[in-house]
Design a protein around this ligand. Structure first.
Ligand SMILES: Nc1nc2c(c(=O)[nH]1)N[C@H]1C(S)=C(S)[C@@H](COP(=O)(O)OP(=O)(O)OC[C@H]3O[C@@H](n4cnc5c(=O)[nH]c(N)nc54)[C@H](O)[C@@H]3O)O[C@H]1N2
Ligand SMILES: Nc1nc2c(c(=O)[nH]1)N[C@H]1C(S)=C(S)[C@@H](COP(=O)(O)OP(=O)(O)OC[C@H]3O[C@@H](n4cnc5c(=O)[nH]c(N)nc54)[C@H](O)[C@@H]3O)O[C@H]1N2
Ligand code: SF4
Ligand SMILES: [Mo]
Length: 857
């Protein structure tokens, strides 16, 4: 078995993976011990990548209007549509919407085609929804989009502030590194987040900031540091420039619990080695850029930057969000960290030998879809992103796509919500087949290497782009034969940035040959602290940017603030993690989290259904009552799409308001209201065949081994018959409980479906029933009873998905004397593989301890 070293498909931690092919589309995944980002560790998503490399749902052939066509026909169609639009309506009638899940080589090709050859700035990326505010804040403060720290700083910090980051779920391997630092040197951890997340539960201090209260909080912290005489006056005098009104813009009002604020000030004062790690709770806001600068201001003014263990650390989301920023894939940059001045445009045009360099920035994502909606843009090519699900106000986005006369989608999955709008659908290589480079949160460039043969007629994204470019007559500039050729060109191009004093400089790799590219070891551009030798501004000094807290309105009609966030084991719109039975156990349904007082007020019950309404739309979710959510605030996951749920699509709800500087949408703070949904009947169905119900009040589905598990609720007739697969149908009617139970077996006697429907009763536990799918000779009476005649011990909800350990197992181990997460691991194996569930185990242990104490007293 050949071991191939590659990089994880998911988050911006950028973990190294060793992949060994063990059979047909079957692969064993382990962490790469030598990779500096993870030293062998992987989280649940990385560990279970093997479950997502099958061909289920894959797009294998090009299609035009749903019909299979040849690549020739597909590429001719794309090029023809583009040429016609450019000719009739000019270059700005054409747009690309791309993604941080493309490789650097793909991204480079797309950016070059749009900005140098089509001659428009209209290429933007889903990083606009993700990193744009951090980018803008860094440009304002440092003069360039540079993250000034490294993971090593987390190891060396004495205080880590996590702002709007659920690190334990979204960057789990970085979280494990933070935990190690705490073990080793007693690092203090503070979480600044309106919700009490699993990360917050583990922190030394949780500051429950009000939604978008971060600017006020960081201004107040700086105010306090200044009044305590803790500014770094020498650094300020030497390296930093403050606007005239900067110091007077600070005020002491912090908006959080006074005790928590006092503690936070004390920690800050005591620990100069401070890293502030921030992500979407900071960026996804209509004052996201100001939040970024408020954080950076504190670091600059106290000299907590460019030193080991200190710095403002914007952590990236997608595996190649950083690479996309480097090549210039945002509409607001030209290429390679360069802007649109005459000098920069000339330099880039010269380097590319470009016929028509774009004249200035293009439309940012939300504006781009507005222009598609209004008909100004008549051609859009979407690559590696699912905007019908992930952009705000998705009802509007879908209208825009439906109106657009030319929608091209490059995808790996055939039926995504966005692919449904495509006139031309192009099949791309997926993870495991792709070959190129990605850059992680700490600017470390790593190779993604192919270890599986590309299936069907799939092609590399860069190759597809080059194919279209050559049909448009620009073959010479896109004549690469291999991703190494693209990488070399990009590396050489960073010389333009370096000549202009930027930190981005990988010209050292411009001479890399294919063997060198093949063997390329992970490397970090700019070194550990890239701004230590000076800031890339005209005068070499960083800027303190005055920022003001922004006001937000809720009102009588929409009294709640709606937050949207991520689940530990799902990735975005679930096109890949949604296929993994293991990963689907953690949170099989989209849950609206709400505190009990608000739930009571709105008439909601735990595990009932809730309708959420905003100015933009409405959606239905399962209710989860929790004291982790503050009064007046509710939270939903971002993940569910039309493909995975009937009414649970989150982005019907956020509005199109964006940050005025960065153009990033304020996904985390939308005025909303909630009301109960009371269906006449509720049901679940485990089935080997997927189906798409309509006419229901609610449905969602999750992957189980051998099929799907559907949760359903409706008002009409209490029947699921139209969705049951063919086969021998057995039925039991439980009049007393108003419950119908159905089992279906195929000709071989294997269970292909089991459905339970009720008006008033309690539905049985799903896990055992779903596990019987595909089982030959599954005992029909047991299935209809909802449990085996000799039931295995009930393990409770699964906590450790790697080892299938449930909450009840943990309680038993605790009662048996296991008092710590490590001891629980010894007793049950829970948390000993990927470690993603360790925060949840710690919370469970606390709960067990409280229960035990209550029993004693
Ligand atoms: N499991 C998993 N991991 C992922 C991803 C995934 O889909 N699933 N996606 C990746 C990507 S692309 C990204 S961008 C990252 C995102 O990683 P994170 O930013 O950690 O993820 P989120 O859950 O979107 O948001 C983080 C937190 O911001 C909080 N928040 C909301 N409003 C505010 C506020 O006003 N102030 C503050 N301080 N906090 C607030 C939310 O309550 C939430 O807990 O995750 C990456 N990793
Ligand atoms: N409400 C709310 N909305 C959000 C967020 C939030 O926190 N709240 N977060 C935002 C953020 S930070 C992000 S990053 C976005 C993410 O949103 P999206 O980018 O829309 O989410 P994904 O599901 O990752 O979509 C990637 C698509 O590309 C396909 N794909 C995967 N690999 C490849 C490839 O190599 N080539 C091609 N051509 N296709 C590929 C996948 O099948 C999938 O359909 O969502 C944003 N939307
Ligand atoms: S933390 Fe998890 S999802 Fe992120 S790169 Fe590492 S293994 Fe992949
Ligand atoms: Mo993201």
């Amino acid at each position: 078995m050949k071991a191939i070293r590659t990089t994880c498909a998911y988050c911006g931690v950028g973990c190294g993976i060793t992949a060994r092919v063990i059979g047909d589309r079957s692969v064993s995944i382990t962490g790469d011990r030598e990779h500096p980002a993870n030293a062998g560790r992987l989280c649940s998503k990385g560990t279970h990548l093997g479950e997502t490399v099958g061909l289920e749902g894959r797009l294998l052939h090009p299609r035009i209007n749903g019909n299979r066509v040849s690549w020739e026909a597909a590429l001719d169609s794309v090029a023809g549509r583009m040429a016609a639009c450019m000719e009739q309506h000019g270059p700005d009638s054409v747009a690309f919407y791309v993604s941080g899940q493309l490789l650097t080589e793909d991204y480079y090709a797309a950016n070059k085609l749009m900005k140098g050859f089509i001659g428009s700035g209209n290429i933007d990326t889903n990083s606009r929804l993700c990193m744009a505010s951090a980018v803008a804040a860094q440009v304002r403060a440092f003069g360039e989009d540079v993250v000034p720290c490294s993971y090593e700083d987390l190891d060396a910090a004495d205080l880590i502030l996590l702002v709007g980051s659920n690190t334990a779920w979204c960057h789990p391997v970085v979280w494990q590194r933070i935990e190690k630092a705490r073990e080793r040197r007693g690092t203090k951890i503070v979480v600044i987040d309106p919700r009490r997340t699993e990360t917050a539960e583990q922190a030394d201090l949780h500051v429950a900031v009000p939604p978008d209260g971060d600017v006020a909080l960081f201004n107040a912290l700086l105010y306090q540091m200044r009044s305590r005489g803790l500014l770094d006056e020498a650094f300020l005098a030497d390296r930093v420039e403050a606007d005239a009104d900067f110091w007077s813009s600070l005020s002491p009002g912090h908006g959080v619990d006074p005790g928590a604020f006092r503690k936070l000030c004390g920690l800050l004062a005591a620990h100069p080695r401070t890293v502030t790690l921030f992500s979407q709770g900071a960026n996804q806001s209509i004052c996201g850029t100001d939040k970024g600068n408020a954080i950076i201001n504190l670091h600059l003014a106290t000299g907590r930057i460019n030193r080991i263990g200190a710095g403002p650390f914007s952590i990236t989301g997608q595996p190649n969000a950083m690479g996309g920023r480097e090549v210039g894939g945002l509409a607001t940059m030209l290429a390679c960290h360069l802007g649109f001045s005459a000098d920069e445009r000339e330099a880039v045009a010269g380097f590319w030998n470009a016929p028509t360099i774009c004249s200035g920035p293009g439309l940012k994502a939300v504006d781009m879809f507005r222009a598609i909606h209004s008909g100004k843009i008549k051609f859009v090519w979407i690559m590696a992103t699912n905007p019908a699900v992930s952009l705000p106000d998705s009802g509007f986005v879908r209208e825009a796509l439906a109106r657009c006369p030319n929608v091209v989608v490059s995808e790996v999955i055939s039926d995504t919500d966005t692919a449904r709008f495509a006139h031309v659908l192009l099949p791309a290589h997926a993870w495991g087949e792709k070959d190129g480079t990605v850059t992680n949160s700490e600017r470390r460039v790593s190779r993604q290497r192919a270890f599986l043969a590309p299936p069907g007629e799939t092609r590399a994204d860069w190759e597809i782009i080059a194919g279209v470019a050559s049909r448009l007559g620009w073959g010479d500039a896109f004549s690469w034969q291999h991703p190494a050729d693209v990488f070399r060109e990009f590396a050489a191009m960073t010389g333009l940035a370096a000549e202009r004093g930027k930190a981005l400089d990988i010209t050292g790799y411009a001479g890399l040959d294919r063997n060198g590219y093949e063997a390329l070891a992970p490397f970090q551009w700019g070194g550990e602290r890239p701004l230590a030798s000076g800031f890339p501004t005209a005068d070499g000094r960083a800027r303190l940017v005055p920022v003001k807290p922004a006001g937000h309105a809720t009102g009588k009609d929409f009294p709640l603030r709606l937050n949207t966030a991520r689940y530990r084991d799902q990735w975005h719109t679930m096109t890949r993690t949604g296929l993994s039975p293991t990963l689907s156990q953690h949170r099989p349904e989209p849950i609206l989290e709400i505190c009990s007082a608000d739930a009571v007020r709105a008439g909601l019950t735990d595990r009932g259904l809730v309708k959420v309404e905003t100015m933009s739309g409405e959606s239905v979710f399962r209710v989860g009552i929790t004291d982790a959510q503050r009064a007046g605030e509710v939270s939903i996951p971002m993940h569910w799409s039309d493909a995975m749920a009937g009414e649970g699509r989150t982005n019907r709800l956020p509005c199109q308001d964006v940050d005025p500087v960065s153009g990033q949408p304020g996904f985390k703070n939308t005025a909303a209201r909630v009301s109960p949904v009371k269906p006449a009947w509720r049901a679940f169905m485990a089935t080997s065949e997927a189906f798409h119900p309509d006419g229901l009040l609610y449905w969602s589905r999750s992957r189980v081994s051998g099929g799907w598990l559907y949760e359903l609720a409706g008002n009409g007739p209490m029947t699921l018959d139209e969705w049951l697969p063919d086969g021998e149908q057995l039925e039991a009617l439980d009049k007393a409980r108003g419950m119908r139970r159905i089992a279906v077996r195929n000709g071989d006697g294997a269970l292909v479906a089991a459905a339970f429907i009720t008006r008033t009763g309690e539905l049985p536990s799903r896990r055992w029933i779903a596990s019987q799918l595909g089982t030959l000779g599954a005992n029909a009476s047991e299935v209809l009873a909802g449990r085996p005649s000799k039931p295995a011990p009930d393990r409770g909800p699964i906590v450790c998905v790697c080892h299938g350990i449930g909450e009840k197992d943990i309680a038993v181990a605790h009662a048996g004397g296991a008092q710590s997460v490590t001891e629980i691991g010894k007793a049950t194996c829970a948390g000993t593989n990927c470690g993603s569930c360790r925060p949840a185990l710690a919370i469970l242990l606390d709960r067990c301890a409280v229960l035990a104490e209550e029993e004693l007293s």
